[in-house]
Design a protein around this ligand. Structure first.
Ligand code: APR
Length: 270
């Protein structure tokens, strides 16, 4: 029986998190929309106006790096002004209280770490750094931001190849170490808290099934329905920035902003 909307579902969610001994969070772009970063598949999401195969695939990057960086310049600029929101901070508070083992995220914005989460598995890479696709040299993302500000493509100092943000593009593989850590966490979780993901993109979206197969339960907080709703113990079609702080508060983990870092992980170029 799935608990759905309203106070009953929130109460059931609190009880499930309280009872869990090995809870893990699985997050997507929806947890960061309250921070001003658009998601992808909401009606107002990025893919509503941009074809991802033109700007977010490996072949797009290789075929037309300028078009690629037009898209990423805007994402990087938005990220410079983004800060963690109450949902990120609630997950960090749950981890500090020993009620969450880790956050597995599809996001590349670094806002979980900026909110204080310590164990974060980034399945799709990050926008803190760039990498040379030819020689593998890594660079702080500030190098990319500086080049774009001068209308130049960012190039490797060592081999002159065009640098790529260290994110997993369509056609790329998820980093093996991240995938291994994420599947181990999902397979040993007695509760997976899914927050802000449409659960459309594999292999990431197969992780909730790993938890179910291992006898764990799902708790889904997502504004819109997901393909896993009918297999979840609790579904809340609501704003994560409202539900997660309420859940943390019900567990006695009030909004402690005193030590919550507010800096964006993408440091502006001085
Ligand atoms: N609270 C709860 N849910 C929200 C909120 C919010 N504040 N804002 C948006 N959502 C929901 C949307 O309804 C949507 O179902 O979050 C979900 C986000 O889904 P997607 O936009 O598909 O993002 P995500 O699941 O993270 O996408 C996975 O796809 O394009 C690739 O690499 C990209 O990592 C991304 C992957």
């Amino acid at each position: 029986m799935t608990a759905r909307a309203g106070a009953g579902a929130l109460g059931e969610a609190v009880a499930r998190v309280r009872a869990a001994r090995a809870a893990v969070a699985f997050t997507g772009a929806g947890i960061s929309t309250p921070s001003g970063l658009p998601d992808f598949r909401s009606p107002q999401g990025l893919w509503a106006t941009v074809d991802p195969t033109m700007v977010a695939s490996r072949s797009a990057f290789e075929r037309d790096p300028w078009r690629f960086y037009q898209f990423y310049r805007e994402r990087l600029d938005r990220l410079r002004h983004a800060a963690p929101n109450a949902a990120h901070r609630a997950l960090a508070a749950l981890e500090r209280a020993g009620r969450l083992r880790a956050v597995i995220t599809q996001n590349v914005d670094g806002l979980h770490q900026a909110a204080g989460s310590q164990r974060v598995i980034e399945l799709h890479g990050n926008l803190r750094e760039a990498v040379c696709p030819r020689c593998g040299q890594r660079w702080p993302i500030a190098v990319v931001v500086a080049a774009l500000a001068q209308d130049r493509l960012p190039r490797c100092d060592r081999c002159a190849a065009v640098l790529k943000p260290n994110v997993v593009l369509f056609e790329d593989l998820v980093p093996a170490d991240a995938w291994e850590a994420a599947t181990a966490l999902a397979r040993t979780a007695d509760l997976m808290l899914v927050v802000g993901s449409s659960l459309q993109v594999v292999p990431a979206a197969s992780l909730p099934q790993e938890t179910l197969d291992a006898g764990g339960v799902l708790l889904i907080v997502n504004r819109e329905p997901t393909p896993y709703d009918h297999r979840a113990a609790v579904v809340l079609h609501d704003d994560a920035a409202r539900v997660l702080p309420a859940l943390a508060a019900a567990l006695g983990l009030g909004e402690d902003r005193s030590d919550a870092p507010t800096n964006s992980p993408v440091q502006p170029v001085e």
